[in-house]
Design a protein around this ligand. Structure first.
Ligand code: ACO
Length: 383
């Protein structure tokens, strides 16, 4: 028994931003970006919200809109979806959750919805949460039937898992070290509980503390609505360089903000990254997670048909491939046209793998992710 992926889809914003365009914005070049990362262009959501992107990817996975991969003909009945989980770090609102916004946009009357934040490893963490919930529900329903009692929790048989990011909202377009890396997009899968399918074979999650803050996105500290005054004295000033990409142009503005003493560094609401430290962590974490799921499943790497990794940097994937003793051709690499889309990236690449015919029924597939937190994880399933 296990969860089966019965539909998969992705959605991209319309606006393409090439490396050459970014070279007109910051001191960089197409050659540097391609050589160091493998990224050639990315999409930026200037007209779409994360809800738009997530809902479109979900419709394609459900089969209510063309453009996705489906296990069988016909669309999934919207009333059959019990759960919507969205992985994101750049949702449209904090409340409602991004999952609740997507559920409302799709009209899924029986679903409950919530978000998961595990940064760029979000896909693996979200899939783990959902597959465990469906499995626990199946066990509960079986026990309830045997004992002649109602189930102890919401019966969950079918779930929609979505990664939806409008990550470029969090990008400092004046910082060449980060602005060339990220993009927007969404990916989605429909998971169906099957009594006669193996589903997830093994999983592995790991968190490594990040005391140096090698990868952070802060909430801008704002006490202006606190009505009693004086609890934390505002001290110092922080200059926030903001920029908006609008038809390829950037507008930088300097907005001094009061900030409490000791919180100065926390005011930068953009993606802050020490690239080399993250690179080192990522390449080792990917190989560790991949070996851990193989070990837990009692399988060898040669039994895995397709590995779908987080799409941050082609060099990281190459490094992990080398450590695992396999070629790059075993990996789905989709980053050249989309960049790093954080929690969306693995599901977007998975949609490419299904649509490209790389995954067939019975194949073993591995998802691997890593990101801020520092999070890492992998999930091995039988398609
Ligand atoms: N264009 C030109 N030069 C640049 C650029 C750029 N866009 N960015 C940095 N440089 C310069 C640096 O200033 C430096 O110059 P210097 O030697 O004169 O000091 C030089 O290039 C080398 O910089 P490094 O940081 O050492 O470059 P590196 O080869 O490490 O590549 C990169 C940088 C691409 C960021 C890489 O470190 C990387 O991919 N790191 C991992 C990122 C990642 O995987 N993030 C995933 C998680 S994201 C999330 O969870 C939200």
């Amino acid at each position: 028994m296990g969860c089966k992926i019965i539909g998969c889809g992705k959605a991209l914003p319309e606006r393409v931003v090439t490396n050459d365009e970014l070279a007109g914005l910051v001191d960089t070049s197409d050659e540097w970006i391609v050589t160091r990362t493998g990224i050639r262009e990315r999409r930026v959501a200037v007209g779409e919200t994360a809800t738009d992107l997530g809902a479109t990817a979900a419709r394609r996975a459900l089969g209510t809109e063309a453009g996705g991969w489906r296990e069988a003909e016909g669309a999934v009945d919207p009333t059959s979806i019990d759960l919507v989980v969205c992985m994101t770090i750049s949702g449209d609102t904090v409340v409602p959750s991004q999952a609740a916004m997507i559920k409302a946009a799709l009209g899924l009357p029986n679903a409950v919805a919530f978000d998961v934040n595990a940064a760029c490893a979000g896909c693996v963490y979200g899939m783990e949460v959902v597959t465990q919930m469906l499995e626990m529900s199946a066990i509960d329903q079986r026990a309830a039937a045997a004992e002649g009692r109602p189930p102890r929790s919401n019966p969950m048989r079918r779930a929609l898992v979505v990664g939806a990011e409008r990550l470029t909202r969090l990008v400092d377009w004046t910082d060449r070290a980060t602005c060339v890396l990220f993009g927007d997009g969404a990916g989605a899968v429909v998971l169906d509980w099957r009594e006669d399918e193996p589903g997830v074979l093994s999983s592995f999650l790991k968190n490594t503390d990040d005391p140096e803050g090698v990868l952070t996105v802060a909430n801008a500290f704002d006490m202006t609505t606190f009505p009693f005054g004086g609890a934390i004295e505002a001290a110092g000033e922080h200059s926030v360089a903001a920029a908006t990409l609008n038809d390829g142009t950037a507008a930088a503005l300097d907005a001094p903000e009061a900030c409490p003493e000791g919180y100065e560094g926390a005011l930068n609401p953009y993606i802050n990254m020490q690239g080399q430290a993250v690179f080192k962590f990522a390449s080792n974490a990917m190989a560790e997670a991949a070996l851990a799921v193989l070990d837990r499943a009692g399988m060898g790497i040669d039994e895995v048909k397709c590995i779908v990794p987080h799409q941050a940097n082609e060099r990281i994937i190459k490094y992990a491939a080398k450590k695992l003793g396999i070629g790059l051709d075993r990996f789905q690499v989709s980053l050249a046209s989309v960049g790093n889309t954080s929690a969306s990236s693995v599901l977007m690449a998975l949609a490419d793998a299904y649509q490209g015919g790389r995954i067939e029924p019975g194949d073993a597939v591995m998802l691997v992710g890593f990101g801020g937190g520092l999070t890492a994880g992998a999930l091995l399933y039988r398609a």
